[in-house]
Design a binder for this molecule. Structure first.
Ligand code: ATP
Ligand code: MG
Length: 257
């Protein structure tokens, strides 16, 4: 079984006038299809930085990222947008909902980057909102009229609307009371039962214990829980060492043979 997410020796260095901040150090991590992985670690340890890379919202300064066998570094911006739209549902730490739009309009937003016909978009959004059990009478409310827990569920519904195989969630229970947090976790467990791969960042050891595996990050380094598939060479060097093949037999751009 090939990992759905496979990062190798990833570094992330932020450069600014104030100098360089080396935030991720040699991070390697693989996640199998259908796995539920929790990422934990102290505030400022690099969890969201890692999640942004996993979600193709940011690129590593060094190192490799293979997402469903695609070498992310080889994708251009349009291809990245497509991969993000089709493969990944992202639940942001700060929700990133648009306050002036209604709940259902927010949930439909990711569909704008797909070829789902307009006539089907509302129905998709309805299904996603039902999955997170947001009451129907809230669907036409503006985001600014919702509670934090309701916003969190809208953010999860938006991540589900494309039916992506991978869900990345950054502190999805961070602002919730324990009852609403449990409801949100139940949603993630149901998604895993439906075959989704879930990567969830949390400060809460109780939440992390609900996952199949907990990965701990400290000071930008994986401290515990990394699983790196046993491959004697890097994927790239494995591809480079393949015998010459005709152009027509080449794998599509970015696909690891
Ligand atoms: N764009 C950026 N430029 C410079 N530094 C950054 C940038 N993004 C994050 N950092 C720094 O990287 C470090 C890790 O930030 P990150 O948001 O990944 O932490 P975190 O583990 O998610 O923390 P929290 O649990 O508080 O959400 C912090 O010191 C932060 O200031
Ligand atoms: Mg964070």
């Amino acid at each position: 079984m090939r990992p759905v997410i496979d990062i190798r020796n990833v570094h992330r260095i932020f450069e600014s006038e104030a100098g360089c901040a080396h935030i991720l150090h040699n991070v390697s991590l693989a996640v199998d299809p259908g796995e539920f992985v929790a990422i934990t670690g102290p505030s400022g340890s690099g969890k969201s930085t890692l999640m942004n890379i996993l979600g193709c919202l940011d690129k590593p300064t060094a190192g490799d990222y293979y997402l469903q066998g695609l070498n992310v570094a080889e994708l251009d911006d349009d291809e990245l947008t497509e991969v993000r739209a089709l493969s990944i549902g992202f639940v942001f730490q700060s929700f990133n909902l648009l306050p002036r739009l209604s709940v259902i309009e927010n949930v439909m937003l990711p569909l704008a980057y797909t070829n789902v016909p307009c006539s089907q978009r509302e129905m998709r959004a309805v299904h996603a909102l039902q999955a997170v059990t947001l009451p129907v009478d809230h669907w036409d409310h503006r985001i600014s009229e919702l509670s934090g827990g309701q916003m969190q569920r809208v953010a999860i519904a938006r991540a589900l609307v494309n039916d992506p195989p991978i869900i990345l969630a950054d502190e999805p229970t961070g602002n919730l009371d324990s009852a609403t947090g449990a409801l949100v976790m139940e949603t993630f467990h149901k998604l895993q039962e439906r075959g989704k791969t879930i990567i969830l960042i949390t400060h809460d050891p109780g939440i992390a214990a609900e996952a199949d595996r907990a990965v701990t990050i400290r000071d930008g380094r994986i401290h515990d829980g990394a699983y790196i598939p046993h491959t004697p060479r890097t994927l790239r060097s494995a591809v480079d060492s393949l015998p010459m093949i005709s152009a027509s037999a080449n794998p599509p751009k970015g696909v690891v043979a």
